[in-house]
Structures are given as structure tokens and as C-alpha cells.
Write a protein that binds this ligand. Structure first.
Ligand SMILES: [Zn+2]
Ligand SMILES: [Zn+2]
Ligand SMILES: [Zn+2]
Ligand SMILES: [Zn+2]
Length: 437
């Protein structure tokens, strides 16, 4: 711990332990928006694996991949990556080569992350891999697991996964119970590693980054440079301030955010945004982001439930919207959504477009113009249209999402920046299309 504090103090940060919230990260100097507060390599990491895409285990590149000739499971982009990973993979490789084909199909990235975690601990204990102040198992040990709050169903799942890990490692001195608790720890602490366009590439465990607490109005963000986690300030952070990141998607009502935090991280958020719950401006914001629109198309008011619970009333013009009317449109949206996502998952992207446009039209009748649900539909359309190189239509959708992005994210935020960037890229694509056709 002292060694960690010394390393962190050089960067202008320190770990404090507060009785009511446990470990917190505080600044010991001023940070300006954009400044790097902390950068950390993962203790262990593993790339995602989909039916269509594999990645190098070391650098997450997706091209020129070759399978490890011994285990036939892990892939590398070249000998440099394979060599730098070999100390750890040598042990994993032996274990995987022992595993039968029928069991290999259950080898998910999460199982591999756990196996790698135990193998790294072993290698560091045996001094085969060096430890440092920010790269040692004690930091992993100190993470919370919330195991006593995990529900029965999840516990069974963790136990099944732990069984497989046990089978792969074949270590007599660790128990299934111990591994199951470690899965619970991973669930609240591991991070999804994304590329610069915020597409998920894999999962990593960053025990120092995990010290940082959550706020729905965070003063910093977590981004990735390759596999390195980088914490950057998005507001000015004066000396002596707690550093916060956001654990969840913050574009949503207070109720939605609180539910997500409770379900995955087992706590009730008391950030400035959440403390406003029940106040007029929080009710207004939540009803705008997730509620219904006024019957009058020209009215921008937000709707609240009537006292008899049979209708919704516009808080601006007083017009009433019948509950049955809303139920009917919601039913149509759900039906279409099911069909659309089925088309999408079976790769029929072009056929899914009219379905999603239908959903969009219905949602425009249903939700407030600044609705997050409507924005998500438009984002889906944007993605599909981009894949099909239908730049002009994609650009229109991208532009429609921007006002909602501006509303739900702080001025300096990677998601908002990326949306501006996508708009710019699409404008370029439209422009060059005019000259090439
Ligand atoms: Zn590589
Ligand atoms: Zn191998
Ligand atoms: Zn909050
Ligand atoms: Zn109205």
C-alpha cells in the first residue's frame, strides 16, 4: 500500500479510506479537463470472441491471426505478441491442451480471464513474473466481491463456471467456493476494453482503476489506449477532490440509473444527480428522457401520470393522453422490435432497415423528441446504414441523435465527441460520393 501511494503521489493522486464508502481516489493537485489522471495496464485481460471475429490475445489486433500450434485455442498476430505472452500462456496452453474438445466449447472469455488471473498470481508468487507497486495480486485481493448480496441463481452460475476453472487448473489447493467468489469480484470490477470508437474489444482487470468510485455526474472518464486504461479529467478537478468515473450508461432517468447500479454493483448512488430524485427538475428530466410526448405535435411539454392512473397529462398545455392509446403503440413497437432484432442477428441488415424505420415512426408518436429510446433506435439505423455505405441516410440519423447527446452528456465526453466525429466522417463520405459518381 505504501509503495502504491508513493507511485500515485508522483501523479498527483492518493488513495483514502473513508468509513462510509471504503477506498476512494483523491487528487493531490489540480487537474484540467483533458488531463490524464491515471493510466494502468491490465493485471490480466482477454479479447472478446464472436462467431465472426477473433483477436490477438496480446494486442487485440484482428488481422493476420495464427492459432497457437499447441493448444489450437489462443490466437496471435505474430511472433512478437506470442513471445511477450509466452510466460503466462505456457501454463494456460498446457492446461487447455489437456482439456477435451467437448469441454473446450464452454471456454468463454470470462473463464479464460479467471484462469489467467490464477496463473499470473502463481507466476508472481514464484517470481517468474515481476511484481510492481501497481501490478501485484494484493491489489486484486483488496477488491470487493459483494458475494453475500449475489442472488441464488447467479451463485449457481458462478459455481458452474468455477467448476470448469477448477477442471482446467487442476490445483488441489483452491476450492470451487473460492473461485466462485472471485467471479463475483470480476463481475463488479472488470472493465470492458473499447477501441477509440468505443467498440468493445475485450475485458480486463484494472485493480487501481477499480478504486475509483462512481458518479452519474463524473468529473473524469475511463478510455482505453490499446489495452491501457486511461483516466482523463472531463471537468476541472481542484486539489483535494474525489475523482469519479461513471460505471454505467448515464443517458437515462434517475430510476434507470439507480436500478442498473443496484443490480450490477449493489449500491445506491448518492451523486448530485441522484440526490435530486423527487425534485421537480429531476422529474422533468426523467419524463423527457424516458416518458411520452404530448398529443399536440407542436408542444414540447413532458407528460406525468394522472392521479387516477388512467392517463398522462402534458405539464405544459394540459392535454391528456389516454393510457390505452400508449399501450397500443407500445405493443406495436415491441412486436416490430422482436422481428427487427431477429433479422439483424441473422445478418439480414438491409431487410431490417424498414422494420427499424417503422419503429422510429411509432416511437416518434409515442415518446418525447428528446427520448433516449428514440435515440437508440436511430443509433441502430445509423449503424446499419453505415455498414451498407448508405452515407446520406446515415448522416441524417447521426445529426438527429446529436441534440439528445448534447442533453445527456457533459460538454467534454467521449460519446459526444465520437458522435461529432461520425457526423464529420459521414459528411466526407457523402462529399466524395458526389465526385466519384
Ligand atoms: Zn498481437
Ligand atoms: Zn497455446
Ligand atoms: Zn448517481
Ligand atoms: Zn402539451
Amino acid at each position: 500500500m505504501e509503495e502504491l501511494q508513493r507511485t500515485l503521489s508522483e501523479k498527483g493522486i492518493t488513495v483514502k479510506t473513508l468509513p462510509e464508502k471504503g477506498r476512494c481516489l483523491f487528487s493531490t493537485r489540480d487537474f484540467s479537463p483533458g488531463d490524464v489522471i491515471l493510466s494502468e495496464e491490465p493485471y490480466v485481460s482477454v479479447p472478446n470472441r464472436t462467431s465472426t471475429e477473433s483477436r490477438c490475445d496480446c494486442c487485440f489486433a484482428s488481422s493476420k491471426l495464427r492459432r497457437c500450434s499447441i493448444c489450437q485455442v489462443v490466437r496471435y498476430c505474430g511472433s512478437t505478441c506470442q513471445k511477450s505472452d509466452w510466460k503466462l500462456h505456457r501454463l494456460e496452453c498446457q492446461a487447455l491442451a489437456r482439456l477435451g474438445k467437448d469441454r473446450l466449447k464452454y471456454l468463454t472469455p470470462t473463464i479464460r480471464l479467471m484462469v489467467k488471473l490464477y496463473l499470473k498470481r502463481k507466476l508472481q508468487t514464484e517470481k517468474m513474473i515481476l511484481c510492481s507497486a501497481v501490478d501485484n495480486y494484493n491489489l486484486v485481493e483488496a477488491l470487493v466481491s459483494h458475494i453475500s448480496e449475489v442472488n441464488e441463481k447467479q451463485l449457481v452460475l458462478y459455481a458452474q463456471m468455477a467448476n470448469l476453472v477448477n477442471l482446467i487448473l487442476q490445483w488441489p489447493d483452491i476450492t470451487v467456493k473460492e473461485i466462485a467468489e472471485m467471479f463475483s469480484k470480476l463481475a463488479c470490477n472488470a472493465h470492458t476494453i473499447c477501441d477509440s470508437e468505443l467498440r468493445p474489444l475485450g475485458t480486463g482487470l484494472y485493480p487501481v482503476t477499480s478504486i475509483i468510485n462512481h458518479s452519474c455526474f463524473s468529473n473524469s472518464v475511463l478510455v482505453f489506449e490499446g489495452k491501457m486504461a486511461v483516466i482523463r479529467a472531463v471537468q476541472s478537478i481542484p486539489e483535494g477532490t474525489e475523482v469519479f468515473i461513471s460505471y454505467i450508461e448515464t443517458a437515462g432517468s434517475t430510476m434507470t440509473r439507480q436500478k442498473a447500479l443496484k443490480e450490477q454493483y449493489y449500491f445506491t448512488c448518492t451523486c448530485p444527480r441522484c440526490m435530486k430524485v423527487g425534485q421537480y427538475d429531476d422529474i422533468q428530466e426523467s419524463a423527457t428522457l424516458e416518458g411520452y410526448r404530448c398529443k399536440d405535435n407542436g408542444c414540447n411539454g413532458f407528460l406525468l401520470r394522472s392521479s387516477d392512473n388512467n392517463s398522462f397529462i402534458c405539464q405544459q398545455c394540459g392535454l391528456t393522453r389516454d393510457k390505452e392509446d400508449i399501450k397500443k403503440i407500445t405493443g406495436e413497437v415491441n412486436l416490430l422490435s422482436e422481428k427487427a432484432s431477429m433479422l439483424l442477428s441473422s445478418g439480414h441488415n438491409a431487410e431490417a432497415i424498414p422494420m427499424y424505420s417503422g419503429i422510429e415512426k411509432l416511437q416518434q408518436k409515442l415518446y418525447h423528441p428528446s427520448s433516449v429510446n428514440l435515440m437508440r433506435t436511430r443509433e441502430t439505423l445509423l449503424k446499419i446504414l453505415m455498414e451498407l455505405h448508405r452515407w446520406e441516410e446515415a448522416l441524417a440519423y447521426c445529426r438527429w441523435t446529436i441534440p439528445v447527446y448534447q442533453r445527456v452528456y457533459p460538454e467534454i465526453h467521449p460519446s459526444l465527441g465520437l458522435q461529432y466525429y461520425t457526423c464529420g466522417k459521414l459528411e466526407c463520405a457523402c462529399f466524395s460520393d458526389i465526385f466519384t459518381t
